[in-house]
Design a protein around this ligand. Structure first.
Ligand SMILES: Cc1cc2nc3c(=O)[nH]c(=O)nc-3n(C[C@H](O)[C@H](O)[C@H](O)COP(=O)(O)OP(=O)(O)OC[C@H]3O[C@@H](n4cnc5c(N)ncnc54)[C@H](O)[C@@H]3O)c2cc1C
Length: 324
């Protein structure tokens, strides 16, 4: 029976939502197949999140505390999680496909000689682990059968819904040996989003603007609708390349991958490279003045119209509904 470990990512004490989503999915698999669900948590010295992990079905949280875990360090964190895997032999280790997870998961796999599947959106068990991941910029899905020892799987944020399954999680501490002399890179500076800004990759709703907004001064229409929804504001590469907004807003193949419950594409044509970053959104709404724009082939709902008229009206309607 597979034991599934979930890496519970924290930055500055804030735990990423994807950790709870992965625990929910791990619990679902374990309920069907047997086996245990574990959390793995590294921190500077704070309490292991036992109550929250137990809420989503974790039976044990393995926690290590050290000053070196105050902020992410590729080498030391890899050493620590690798030590956990060597000592406790989970069959599967799930790691969120966040900026940190995308760095950590392949390093772990290389260190452990393990299989690594990145950016997964589905998990099943068919005599062994089967991992579903998008390929060809999101045009198809591949089901990858993982053989051999521990499988390290990167999970796309928002790919799995939260499901509460209250369990009393117990804490087990571990103390990995950390060798700082092996570090080949050090973090010198961390730039965080402005306070109050919703994280694009974790947001439940994303409103994105494309070249149809015509100029940087009109990006406020996107921000205004995003604020009305409590959403994150994204952009196509055309907008970023033109210098209208920062690269951190870019959605797509060479930007961020998002999978919110609702994605509103405004003045975006629907190039394959943009779709690669948002096609696994649960519901897609497109606003475009061209009824033949490719984005409408993917959209669940389409508004053919001028965004300069549609967006203010939509923002007002959303505010009105939320006031009730
Ligand atoms: C290697 C590579 C990587 C790339 N990576 C990315 C990526 O990560 N993300 C990404 O987005 N792109 C990426 N691109 C670029 C991509 O190919 C497209 O060029 C880009 O997505 C187009 O952006 P857009 O839809 O905003 O602009 P356009 O294609 O110019 O579309 C603008 C749309 O706005 C509509 N419009 C105009 N005026 C209005 C109005 N008043 N009201 C309503 N609608 C209006 C038009 O009908 C049109 O459909 C990449 C390209 C390459 C080659």
């Amino acid at each position: 029976m597979p034991n599934i470990a979930v890496f519970i990512e924290q930055r500055a004490g804030q735990i990423k939502q994807v950790a709870w989503q992965m625990l929910s999915e791990a619990r679902r698999l374990a309920d069907a197949q047997g086996g245990e669900v574990w959390g793995v948590f590294l921190s500077e010295g704070g309490e292991a999140p036992l109550a929250a992990a137990g809420k989503y079905g974790a039976q044990t949280v393995f926690a290590a505390a050290a000053p070196q875990f105050a902020r992410y360090d590729s080498e030391l964190w890899t050493q620590a999680v690798a030590a956990f895997v060597r000592d406790h032999h989970p069959d599967v280790l799930l790691v969120g496909s966040t900026a940190m997870g995308k760095d950590l998961a392949p390093r772990l796999a290389a260190r452990l000689g393990a299989a690594c599947v990145s950016d997964a959106v589905g998990l099943s068990w068919d005599g062994g682990l089967v991992v579903r991941r998008p390929v060809y910029a999101g045009k198809c899905f591949a089901d990858v059968v993982v053989t051999g020892a521990v499988a390290i799987v990167g999970i796309r944020p928002n790919a799995f819904a939260l499901a509460e399954r209250p369990t009393v999680a117990k804490a087990v501490t571990f103390a990995p040996v950390l060798d700082g002399s092996a570090a080949k890179a050090i973090v010198t500076k961390i730039e965080t989003a402005a306070a109050g800004e919703v994280s694009l990759t974790e947001a439940e709703i994303v409103v994105s603007g494309g070249r149809g907004i015509k100029g940087p001064e009109n990006y406020k229409l996107i921000e205004d609708l995003a604020a009305a929804f409590g959403a994150a504001a994204g952009a196509s590469r055309a907008v970023v390349d033109a210098g209208w907004v920062a690269y951190s807003h870019q959605v797509g193949q060479t930007g961020k991958t998002v999978a919110p419950n609702l994605y509103v594409a405004c003045g975006i044509s629907g190039a394959i490279q943009h779709l690669a970053g948002m096609s696994s959104s649960k519901c897609i709404v497109a606003i475009n003045k061209d009824a033949n724009a490719p984005i409408f082939k993917l959209a669940d709902y389409g508004i053919v119209g001028d965004l300069f008229a549609v967006l203010p009206a939509l923002a007002e309607a959303v505010r009105e509904i939320r006031r009730r």
